[in-house]
Design a protein around this ligand. Structure first.
Ligand code: SF4
Length: 244
């Protein structure tokens, strides 16, 4: 197909506050090769999204929200897995930087490090990376993913001196014990690029999407993690890693 490259975008959210610093404009990319058992966005896995802009069109649209971003905010590229469209992510990041807008990239870290994936990671102002499991077995069993690829991404970000926030979803019966958290902490402590490690509670809000889409939900009988247990485990995690 000729003409400028177009993104395949699931949706956008103009004033988000969860994924990165300050007020963020969030862009959810379509496409993800993984199948995390606790994914709450199975509707981003494959197919066509609702928007197909060029990088310049999308950056121009986002720039209208710049006054709301303040000193810390900006744009978060998320998904799906944003690095499945790494060329488009690079172009969009460049167009946003030209407009003086900060870009955070939210990834599972499991995409092989091709040239464009490296460029996309390197050009983001910060990277939010999901450390989903602490070993091969966890990734194989619950994500159809590759632990080694995630470690390669973290190694790359460490070499670049990037700013990285790690996140781990805590799922009852899978990784909600202190013993499990200690194993993650042993990895987190190895990386100076990590500025923050946040635990997130598994929740059941995405379950209706599985029903609607007729997809098997492997965790349909798993309860949400309570706020109290999350707070306990976050406190324990913070103690394990000390000052970052
Ligand atoms: S990497 Fe993200 S979008 Fe892909 S399956 Fe896992 S949680 Fe869902």
């Amino acid at each position: 197909m000729n003409g400028p490259r177009r993104g395949n975008i699931h949706s956008v959210e103009s004033l988000a506050a969860l994924d990165g610093k300050g007020i963020r404009y969030e862009v959810f990319f379509m496409g993800c090769p993984f199948r995390c058992a606790y994914c709450h966005n199975p509707d981003t896995w494959e197919g066509e999204g609702t928007l197909h802009p060029t990088a310049d069109e999308l950056a121009a649209k986002i720039a209208r929200y710049k006054p709301y971003f303040g000193k810390e905010g900006g744009v978060t590229l998320s998904g799906g897995e944003v690095l499945t469209q790494s060329e488009f992510a690079c172009e969009l990041t460049d167009r946003l930087h030209e407009r003086g807008i900060d870009v955070a990239l939210d990834t599972c870290g499991g995409v092989p490090l091709t040239d464009s994936v490296r460029r996309a990671l390197a050009s983001a102002d910060m990277v939010i990376l999901d450390l989903k499991f602490h070993d091969e077995e966890g990734y194989r069993r619950y994500c159809r993913g590759d632990f080694r690829a995630v470690m390669n991404t973290l190694d790359f970000l460490e070499e670049r001196g990037a700013c990285v926030w790690l996140r781990t979803v805590v799922v009852p019966g899978i990784n909600d014990s202190e013993e499990e958290i200690e194993k993650y902490a042993a990895i987190v402590k190895r990386y100076k690029c990590v500025r923050r490690w946040q635990l997130l509670a598994f929740h059941t809000m995405g379950f209706s999407k599985y029903e609607r889409m007729g997809i098997d939900n492997p965790l349909k009988d798993t309860p949400a993690l309570s706020k109290d247990r999350l707070a306990q485990l976050q406190e324990f995690a913070d103690k394990c890693i000390g000052e970052l």
